[in-house]
Design a protein around this ligand. Sequence first.
Ligand code: R5P
Length: 263
Amino acid sequence: MDWGLKNRLSQIIKPATGRTVMLAVDHGYFLGPTTKLENARQTIAPLVHYADSLMLTRGILRTSVDASANVPIVLRVSGGTSILGKLSNEIITTSIKDAIRLNAVGVALSIFVGSEHEKETLSNLCTLVNEAEEYGIPVLAVTAVGKEMARDARYLSLCCRIAAELGAHMVKTYYCENFEEVVSGCPVPIVVAGGKKIEEKEALQLTYDSIKHGAFGVDMGRNIWQSDYPVAMIQAVREIVHKNTSAQEAYKLFKKLSANRQT
Ligand code: R5P
């Protein structure tokens, strides 16, 4: 692995713990102004300080994050579809040149294994890996988005392994029963998405279980910024990911911070 690629990866997965808390705020690219992300700048600003990296599109990066914010950027570069159409029919939306211009430390693209557009999305991944590797930029493959497939260990193992085989340097997927099987079949680091908003206690348990069973961290969105106390929530998530704190202790911290009226 070349120096630039290793260096960028180390800005995503923190060498001190070998883990990462990525803050996903890319949802608008197919959901529009979704709840609590209507004004992305307002949502992102108080959280930036606690995120190891931000995952977002170039449009939200340019308009809603200050260039002086000292946070690594993982740029979502696939899209072109919406929840009203065929979600899986994505294209690569952003050139590597633009990713470099925006000083991204990584690029992210969705693959839709088992969907109508499986081949096109896997082909997008191959193209992106070929182009990004020219410049030492790691690629995060996002798996299993959408409702089409059962998110069980068998399916998620298939998605993650294919992503890694095609050259993804990291994979984002969902937590499931027997998650360790997904991890053991995937030779690159896995981060777990939070999914739809659930109770904070449950989201912290999901974080704990993911880490315990081998995830390198989370790439979490709604369960942080749709909480009534997003700053408290991201701090609680960090405690689990970087300090191996139990879900119960992290929830206690969340309650304490939210009682102090931290937003
Ligand atoms: C989905 O493709 C989006 O990229 C989100 O970044 C991803 O789902 C993670 O966000 P959440 O934790 O809200 O599921």
